[in-house]
Design a protein around this ligand. Structure first.
Ligand code: NAD
Length: 479
């Protein structure tokens, strides 16, 4: 809930316990955004000249502070509805990412120089200045640090605008960084727009949905500010006919769809199964869900799936299931329930069978605890169905033969393909992540993720004009 007007604030309610206030943050207006950007710009002027090794050391100190700050995971669980173990894992992973950046950034950003028969060429990596980071609520800590970590390592400063749906834990985590270099402005679309359009912002990094991306991309383009856009996906899972689907694999597959109540950009969002194995896989899926899914309060031990983020999200996801059922599909409720569903925005996890490819539960990003299981007859056919649609974030292929899986993966129109797993368990700090098609552009993680925060600048002395050089006709092209 946002209270408008002077002294406006965001009041965050626990999605698992309606009526329980978790915390409040002030809403930043355009003047607050301006102050934050200018303060960041002033601090960046000194920071850009700090040696890369010292900047990396500052990130290591921030990683230690992120991990040792007590109570952050509980705060994240209470504001986002994610199970406590997930929140603890996200914070540990975010700290590990900062250490990875500290270890790799100095080499990635180092000058490169060649001096040979063609002349002398120096390539240096220049930071942008002030980076605007606009982040969603579903993994607020890691998604902010994926921007702030490399931005600072490269010599930039950052202004972060977290989602109003989970602003509290990330704001606390960002206190682990030098205060003058990382600023936080809270609010919704209005605050985000003021930040993106600010003339002293020189790089925009956004993670979120398509609607906001269009607005942000247009505002950034009109200021000639380059942007990274990390957007949604509708990840297909293709189980090849030789996929080894023991209990551990099935448990992994289920949680790839239902972790964070399905509200993950790279969740397994539609599962394609060879028709000959369909009934067995469906039964194994329901059994795996009975082992792995416990719908409950995020703070209760044993809970693996919490509520969805809001009443709107709950309505939308239930509508997808009832709509598919109206069109002839069947929905099977999954897992155990250990909570009064009316106490929060709880949606019973469901497996949908019998849905058509153009049903919204298959064709769009459901972003909730429901997944369709779909039979297929041939590899070309399933690849075409997997690639249908405008989104191309993640995908996975499952096979007992790794070479076969890698060969199949080449056909996916996706930025990241997981093999024999999907979602978090398939991530790697060194592997660049990001979408193709309408899932966005730019990359996070890996060296590619570091290079998003610098521009390569060249200094060149052609050999032709060095002492003893052959010279060149005025206006000629070099050979
Ligand atoms: P959202 O787009 O509603 O909001 C994201 C952020 O943008 C928030 O901070 C919001 O306040 C801000 N915002 C919204 N409209 C804006 C505008 N017009 N101008 C400036 N800022 C604006 O997304 P959400 O609901 O928080 O997150 C869910 C979406 O994010 C899903 O589609 C999901 O797939 C995607 N996502 C993608 C990745 C990835 O790495 N590709 C990761 C996580 C989530």
């Amino acid at each position: 809930m946002t209270r408008a007007g002077p002294g406006a604030e965001i009041v965050r309610e626990n999605p698992a316990r309606l009526g329980e206030t978790v915390g409040r943050v002030p809403v930043a207006d355009a003047a607050d955004v301006d102050r934050a950007v200018r303060a960041a710009e002033a601090a960046q002027r000194d920071w850009r000249d700090v040696p890369a090794a010292e900047r990396a050391e500052a990130l290591r100190r921030a990683a230690a502070a992120v991990e040792s700050a007590g109570g952050t995971a509980v705060l994240l669980a209470r504001e986002s509805g994610k199970p406590l173990a997930d929140c603890e894992g996200e914070i540990r992973f975010a700290a590990a990412y900062l250490r990875w950046v500290a270890g790799h950034a100095p080499a990635a950003y180092a000058d490169r120089e060649v001096d040979d028969a063609a002349g002398r060429l120096l390539l240096r990596h220049r930071p942008y200045g002030v980076v605007a980071a606009i982040t969603p609520w579903n993994a607020p800590v890691i998604l902010a640090l994926l921007k702030v970590g490399p931005a600072l390592a490269a010599g930039n400063a950052a202004v972060v605008k977290p989602s109003p749906l989970a602003p509290l834990a990330v704001a606390r985590v960002l206190e682990s960084f030098p205060r003058d270099l990382v600023h936080v402005v809270h609010g919704g679309a209005g605050t985000g727009r003021a930040l993106v359009a600010h003339p002293r912002v020189h790089r925009v990094a956004f993670t979120g949905g398509a609607e906001a991306a269009r607005d942000i991309g247009a505002a950034a383009a009109s200021a000639i500010t380059p942007s990274v856009l990390e957007l949604g996906g509708n990840d297909p899972v293709v189980l090849l006919d030789d996929a080894r689907l023991d209990d551990a694999a099935m448990d992994r597959l289920v949680m790839a769809s239902f972790a964070t109540a399905g509200q993950v950009c790279m969740a397994a969002k539609r599962v394609y199964v060879p028709r000959s194995r369909f009934a067995d896989v469906r039964d194994a899926y329901v059994a795996a869900a009975a082992r792995t899914i416990v719908l409950g309060d995020p703070l209760d031990a044993g809970t693996t799936v919490g509520p969805v983020i809001s009443a709107d999200a709950a309505r939308r996801v239930r509508g997808l299931v009832t709509g598919a059922a109206r069109r002839g599909a069947s929905a099977t409720a999954l897992g155990a329930v250990r909570v009064d569903l009316a106490r929060g925005h709880f949606v019973r996890p469901a497996l949908v069978t019998g849905a058509g490819d153009d049903d919204p539960v298959v064709a769009g990003e459901q972003f909730g605890p429901v997944v369709p299981l779909l039979p297929y007859d041939g590899e070309d056919e399933v690849l075409a169905r997997a690639n249908a649609g405008e989104l191309g974030l993640g995908a996975s292929v499952w096979s007992a033969d790794e070479d076969r899986a890698f060969a199949f993966a080449r056909g996916f129109e996706a930025g990241f393909t997981f093999v024999n797993t999907h979602n978090r368990t398939g991530m790697s700090l060194r592997a660049p992540f990001g979408g193709v098609k309408r899932s966005g552009h730019g990359r996070e993680y890996g060296t590619e993720g570091l290079l998003e925060y610098v521009q390569t600048c060249a200094v060149h002395a052609p050999a032709a004009f060095r002492a003893g050089g052959a010279g060149m006709g005025a206006g000629a092209y070099p050979s």
